[in-house]
Design a binder for this molecule. Structure first.
Ligand code: SF4
Length: 738
């Protein structure tokens, strides 16, 4: 023996003395991981682990999920309702009755003086589905404003809009299990390992069992791009050009699935004609991908027995977001890749329950994918709730990104913001600050009283954190999972469900409409509304009538549609992994729409004064605006400060060093960031994580997609300047307190 390494210390796992594990579902991203929270003998929360029996995550969690138990008692939690006369006065604690009475009175005053729509409600993708349904009932049925929307407009609105335009309805048609069946996987603007680590793990596991090509379209060499077989570093905002050019190759080489196109789509001839303008030798000059590469990727995709596309914010957050989604759907329709194992168009949703709000909140319509524009839908819901259908507006009101500018024009005077933080999340935050300051009345409902937007409120409602409540989430693959209340609400915070029910009592229609006392009661109402047929006589896809809380827990999540008939027939609790398996879509003809997507170039591009593309995105340690992860020591430890990825060649030209501070300026504002030199970004591009307050969204542009009204967070231009390092370090330290 040369060296003595035989006498090792045994491996020990530090005991947290867990006496009881409680099942719930993660409340960060849309992956939908099932988790268990460990409580010790004193009923104190001590740890979290992944649930091994849940199909979604099979025991895995990412760093955010692993530390989620620390949220219950994290600093800044709201303990009592707060009130003040002016937003610059000091808050006083008050009772729930006074906070609710004052808010109801202010809403009515504003509506009496300026009209119903002068009071806006802006919600989130973070609540539980029963809470969304109840908020919709309150807003549509009692308050009666049509300026009601959610922060999902910043996130998934383009996916919703693209799905509706192509398939006649929202609802991602695929599932994670498609990774196991696909023969070609293409990701557009999606950095799975950082955004949705457990979905990435599912993909990686499938790839380890059976190799298939991984193609990544992204201007940046993201973590996913580093693992790709083919990386297409596309010019920002030109995905439509690339897809049109791929379709040019597929159609002109006869690689399309003509049988599927003839049987299940409308509009093929028009799309075929349009893409003739996108020959690869032409398109390469717009999208930055050389013609050979376009041809080989198109052939690879079309010849695969099953091919699938996923996408996230790289597609959605653009002035071409809805078109980008419709064009991804076009690509999959002409290759016959919808509704079959391994062949799908799967938008990877952002927030944990963005799907729940899309399905049941009534934000853009009425519950269960019903439309305000459809008189039968208005009548049906009015009858179900017991109110006059004339109370409903006859078309959708403003989206979130239009509600804020309506403050500037004086059309919106008061607002209720629920579990979202526009002072950090909206583009062009200097403009948002002025809007919020000018409101006559602002009420903030949030788990945290120190959320930045609360600086401008008159009333604050302290809400309970996710597992202090009970209800459901729907994840990216339409799986409905249960969140069980692990602990009672903290201090005098209240579940959002309770707050909405109490507010309803203060409105005239709140006396007529029945508001169930429990989330399970609301779920039973949703089940009833989910049955039946849509406007064109097709069976509703969003059918949850076969589910119950008990069954959801037993199955660790059920994918809709899961109707009473399915439940009676099999009772397997499997649900439906895929939509449109029979090639029937939710359109008047039952066929999917192939949509002509011509490219128009309205991106804010680099120029002499602002020579860099500015791109933004996520880091794995943080979620959204860090209202939660910013409070968790271990998340902050790994990602403590805003930084900017910059190419070393560009830095050399400007005399900028690694880990120095710089000032970044756009046409909207400026931000000071720490430089990280890396080849991940091209010479004319920089990247900044979007999570930090007073940072990247001081710079981003508020240009909106014409269909979805989603902002173009991913494409704007900026210049870089040197700054005084000591002053920048002081500013950075100040910013890190957020
Ligand atoms: S991947 Fe998403 S759902 Fe899963 S633990 Fe992480 S944040 Fe939670």
């Amino acid at each position: 023996m040369l060296f003595g390494r035989k006498n090792r210390k045994p491996i020990t796992i530090p005991s947290k003395n867990v006496k009881e594990w409680k099942y719930t579902t993660c409340n960060y991203c849309s992956t939908g991981c099932a988790i268990e929270i460990g409580l010790n003998e004193d009923k104190r929360i001590v740890t979290t682990r992944g649930h091994a029996g849940a199909d979604v995550n099979r025991g895995k969690l990412c760093i955010k999920g692993l530390l989620e138990h620390e949220l219950f008692e994290s600093p800044g939690r709201g303990t009592e309702p707060l009130i003040r006369d002016k937003h610059y006065d000091k808050f006083e604690e008050t009772t729930w009755d006074n906070a609710l009475d004052t808010t109801a009175k202010k809403i009515k005053e504003i509506q009496d003086k300026y009209g119903k729509d002068a009071f806006a409600v802006v919600s989130t993708g973070q609540l539980l589905t029963e809470e969304f349904y109840t908020l919709g009932k309150l807003t549509r049925g009692c308050i009666g404003t049509n300026n009601y929307d959610g922060n999902t407009t910043l996130c998934m609105a383009s996916a919703v809009s693209g799905y509706k335009r192509s398939f006649g309805s929202d609802g991602p048609p695929g599932c994670y299990d498609d990774f196991e069946h696909t023969h070609c996987f293409m990701a557009f603007g999606s950095n799975l390992p950082e955004q949705h680590p457990v979905i990435y793990w599912r993909l990686k596991e499938a790839l380890e069992k059976r190799k298939f090509p991984l193609i990544v379209v992204d201007p940046r060499v993201t973590m996913l791009a580093q693992f790709a077989d083919i990386h297409l570093p596309i010019t920002p905002g030109t995905d439509c050009v690339l897809i049109n050019s791929m379709m040019y190759v597929i159609i002109n080489e006869g690689l399309q699935d003509q049988e599927y196109i003839d049987a299940h789509t409308d509009g093929y001839e028009a799309v075929k004609a349009l893409v003739q303008d996108y020959a690869p030798e032409v398109a390469q000059h717009q999208c930055g991908i050389d013609e050979d590469r376009i041809r080989s990727v198109a052939r690879l995709y079309a010849k695969a027995p099953a091919a699938m596309s996923i996408w996230t914010m790289g597609i959605n957050q653009s002035t071409h977001g809805s078109d980008g989604v419709a064009n991804i759907n076009n690509l999959n329709l002409i290759t016959g890749n919808i509704g079959k194992p391994g062949g799908t168009s799967l938008s990877i949703t952002g927030q944990c329950n963005a799907m729940g709000t899309r399905e049941w909140s009534s934000c853009s319509g009425l519950p269960g994918y019903r439309l305000l524009e459809n008189p039968e839908h208005r009548q049906e819901i009015a009858d179900f709730w017991g109110i006059d259908p004339e109370f409903f507006p006859k078309k959708r009101g403003l989206a979130q990104t239009d509600i804020f500018p309506a403050i500037e024009t004086g059309d919106v005077k008061g607002m209720w913001i629920i579990a979202t933080n526009p002072m950090t999340s909206m583009a062009n935050t200097p403009r948002i600050r002025k809007m919020l300051e000018s409101l006559d009345f602002l009420v903030i409902q949030d788990v945290y009283s120190d959320v930045e937007t609360n600086q401008y409120s008159h009333v604050y409602f302290p809400a309970s954190v996710w597992a202090e409540k009970k209800g459901c989430h729907t994840n990216t693959e339409r799986r409905v999972s249960l969140i069980d209340n692990v602990l009672p609400p903290y201090a005098n915070s209240k579940p959002d469900f309770w707050i909405f029910n109490q507010m309803a009592k203060r409105f005239e229609n709140g006396q007529k409409i029945k508001f169930p006392e429990t989330p399970e009661g609301a779920f039973e109402e949703m089940k009833k509304l989910s049955k039946g047929t849509n406007a064109y006589g097709n069976e509703r896809t969003l059918d949850i009538s076969g589910m119950s809380y008990e069954k959801i827990i037993k199955a660790r999540g059920i994918q809709w549609p899961y109707s009473e008939e399915q439940d009676k027939a099999s009772g397997s609790l499997k649900g439906s992994p895929r939509l449109y398996t029979d090639g029937k879509f939710q359109t008047p003809t039952g066929k999917a729409n192939l949509i002509c997507v011509d490219f128009y170039d309205n991106n804010e591009k680099p120029c002499k004064d602002y020579p860099f593309w500015l791109n933004s995105g996520r880091v794995v340690e943080h979620f959204h605006t860090r209202t939660r992860t910013g409070k968790i020591g271990n998340c902050n430890k790994f990602s403590p400060t805003p930084y900017m990825e910059m190419n070393p060649d560009a830095a050399r030209e400007l005399g900028i060093e690694h880990q120095s501070y710089v000032r970044l300026t756009s046409r909207r504002g400026d931000a000071v960031v720490l430089v990280q030199l890396t080849q991940r970004v091209a010479r004319d591009m920089v990247f900044i994580p979007f999570h930090f307050h007073d940072c990247v969204n001081r710079l981003t542009v508020g240009l909106l997609d014409p269909y979805s009204r989603q902002p173009a967070f991913k494409q704007c231009s900026a210049r870089i300047e040197k700054v005084d390092q000591a002053e920048a370090a002081r500013l950075n330290a100040e910013r890190r307190t957020y």
